[in-house]
Design a protein around this ligand. Structure first.
Ligand code: 5GP
Ligand code: MN
Ligand code: MN
Length: 463
C-alpha cells in the first residue's frame, strides 16, 4: 500500500479500484503501520455511502473487517450503510476513570488490591457483581444503561453527567436482541471479561493543562481508578447474529464488498435498523457494566482507605452513532477510536462545555495511560485514538515473555498485579503494544486532541 505523507502526522492513501473515497491515516513516521491494517482502511473506503475518507488513527492495527483504530462515516440519506464489523464484537467497549481524594503515600495498596482482586469478577467464565431480578430488569438495563444502575443505588446522579450520552444511548431496541444474547447477558452485569480488560489503580504523574485537569477533577499525585471493559457475551452475540443477517441480505441490496467481514446493510433498511437498535442496547449494557464496576471500586476505596472516588468520565471506543456533520446525517463508525467533542459542543455537560470532552486512553499495565481533551477543528468527525494499539498477536506476546517473569518485573517496579492465569497476563505484556507516548503525541500533533494528564499504574486487576 502506498502512503503519501501530507504533513508530519497525516498520510494519504489515494483512491484506487473500487475505493469511493481516499484513506487518511494519522500517524508519525516512526509508528509502525501494518500492511494488513492499511489494506483494511482501503477496503472500508469501498462501502456504499461513505463520505470524506476512511480514517485510521495512530493506534491503527488489524481487526475483524474494519481495522481497530478505524473511523468511517456514511450518509444515511444517500443509502449509506452500517456494518457491525465497523463497531466490533465488544460493542461499546470503553473506559471509565474515577479520581480519588487520596495520594499513594499512606494508601494501604496491597490490602486494597487484595480486596479488588477477590471481588471483581473476571475471566471468560460467568460471575457478576449484579444479580438481576430477571429479564425485565435486563431490558431496563438495555434501554437505560448507567441510568438504570444509578436508579438502583449503584452510583450517584452526578455520575450520569460524566457519562457519554448522559449514561444511555438513545434508540435501544431490546426486541432486536436475540434469545441467546439475552441469555448470555443475564449473568454478566458487573464483570470485566478477559484479556485486555482490566481495573487499574494509577497515579497522576504529570498534568499538562492545570485548568482543564481541574475541570475534569484531576491533579498531580492523585490516585485514580481506570476500568476497561465492554458488553461481554451479550455484545459479542449481537455482533455475531447481525453479521450473519447482513451477510445474507447484502446481495439483495446490490452491495458488493471486498471482504465478507465488511457485511453491511443500508442504515435505512430493516437489517440496518435492527442492528442499530440491538447495538444501542448493547452499548447501554456496557455502560451499566462499567457503572456497576465503578461502584465496586468505590466500596473498596471507602472500606479499606476511607477514600472517595468521583467519576471523571466514561467513554465508549467501539460504537456507531447517528450524528449531524455539516448539515448531513451520518452514521459514524468508531472502532477502537474515541469521540473527542470540541469545547462548546452541546453534547457536553455544563461544567465541561468550555474545556472539551474528556478522552481516556489506556496504554499498558507497565507504561502510561492518558487523559486527553477534544479540540476545535479535529478531523475524522471529532475522533481520536483509543489506546496504544497492538503490535504483536496474543500468541507472539506469550512466546516473548512468561507471565511469571512479567509479574516479577512489574512488582519490582511497584506495580501490584492481581491476574487470573500466567498465559493471559503474558498475552497483554507491555511489549505487545505500541509506544503509547508516541501514539498520543501523534494524535495531538495531528490536531485530533490535546494532552491533559499522564497517569502511571500502581496496581492492576487483569481479566
Ligand atoms: P482494546 O479496546 O483495543 O482491546 O484495548 C484498548 C487498549 O487498552 C489497548 O490498545 C492497550 O493500549 C490498552 N491496554 C491493554 N491492557 C492494558 C492494561 O492492563 N492496562 C492499561 N492501562 N492499558 C491496557
Ligand atoms: Mn476496548
Ligand atoms: Mn473490549
Amino acid at each position: 500500500m502506498r502512503l503519501v505523507q501530507e504533513t508530519p502526522y497525516r498520510f494519504r492513501l489515494d483512491r484506487t479500484g473500487p475505493m469511493r473515497v481516499p484513506g487518511v491515516v494519522f500517524a508519525s513516521a516512526t509508528l509502525l503501520l501494518e500492511d494488513e491494517a492499511l489494506r483494511q482502511v482501503a477496503n472500508v473506503a469501498t462501502l456504499p455511502g461513505i463520505v470524506r475518507a476512511s480514517y485510521g488513527m495512530p493506534d491503527l492495527h488489524w481487526g475483524y473487517g474494519f481495522p481497530i483504530g478505524g473511523v468511517a462515516a456514511t450518509d444515511v440519506e444517500q443509502g449509506g450503510v452500517v456494518s457491525p464489523g465497523g463497531v466490533g464484537f465488544d460493542i461499546s467497549c470503553g473506559v471509565r476513570l474515577l479520581a480519588s481524594d487520596t495520594r499513594r503515600d499512606g494508601l494501604p495498596l496491597h490490602r486494597l488490591m487484595d480486596l479488588l482482586g477477590d471481588t471483581v469478577p473476571r475471566g471468560a467464565a460467568t460471575g457478576a457483581l449484579w444479580t438481576l431480578s430477571g429479564r425485565p430488569e435486563l431490558e431496563a438495563i438495555l434501554r437505560d444503561g448507567a441510568r438504570h444502575a444509578v436508579g438502583q443505588g449503584r452510583g450517584v446522579p452526578r455520575d450520569l453527567e460524566r457519562c457519554e450520552d448522559f449514561g444511555a444511548l438513545p434508540g435501544a431496541d431490546p426486541a432486536q436482541v436475540g434469545a441467546r444474547a439475552m441469555e448470555r447477558g443475564l449473568g454478566q452485569v458487573g464483570s470485566l471479561g478477559s484479556g485486555n480488560h482490566f481495573l487499574e489503580l494509577q497515579t497522576v504523574e504529570q498534568v499538562y493543562d492545570e485548568a482543564v485537569a481541574a475541570a475534569f477533577g484531576l491533579r498531580a499525585g492523585q490516585v485514580c481508578v481506570m476500568i476497561h471493559c465492554g458488553s461481554r457475551g451479550l455484545g459479542h452475540q449481537i455482533c455475531t447474529d447481525h453479521v450473519r443477517a447482513m451477510d445474507k441480505a447484502m446481495a439483495g441490496y446490490g452491495i458488493d464488498v471486498p471482504d465478507r467481514q465488511l457485511a453491511c446493510a443500508p442504515v435505512e433498511s430493516p437489517e440496518g435498523r435492527a442492528y442499530l437498535g440491538a447495538m444501542a442496547a448493547a452499548a447501554n449494557y456496557g455502560r451499566a457494566n462499567r457503572q456497576a464496576l465503578g461502584q465496586a471500586a468505590r466500596d473498596a476505596f471507602s472500606s479499606i482507605a476511607g477514600a472517595r472516588l468521583d467519576l471523571v468520565y466514561d467513554v465508549s471506543h467501539n460504537l456507531a452513532k447517528i450524528e449531524e456533520h455539516d448539515g448531513r446525517l451520518l452514521c459514524v463508525h468508531r472502532k477502537g477510536a474515541t469521540l473527542a467533542l470540541p469545547p462548546g459542543h452541546p453534547g457536553l455537560p455544563g461544567d465541561l462545555r468550555l474545556v472539551g470532552q474528556p478522552v481516556l486512553i489506556p496504554g499498558t499495565m507497565g507504561t502510561a495511560s492518558y487523559v486527553l481533551a477534544g479540540v476545535a477543528g479535529g478531523e475524522a468527525f471529532h475522533s481520536t485514538c483509543h489506546g496504544a494499539g497492538r503490535t504483536q498477536s496474543r500468541h507472539q506476546a506469550a512466546r516473548a515473555i512468561s507471565g511469571k517473569e512479567l509479574r516479577a518485573r512489574l512488582e519490582s517496579r511497584g506495580i501490584a498485579v492481581r491476574g487470573l492465569g500466567w498465559r493471559g497476563l503474558a498475552e497483554e505484556a507491555p511489549s505487545a503494544y505500541k509506544d503509547v507516548d508516541a501514539v498520543v503525541a501523534a494524535s495531538e500533533g495531528a490536531g485530533l486532541c490535546r494532552r491533559v494528564a499522564r497517569l502511571v499504574p500502581i496496581g492492576v486487576v487483569k481479566g
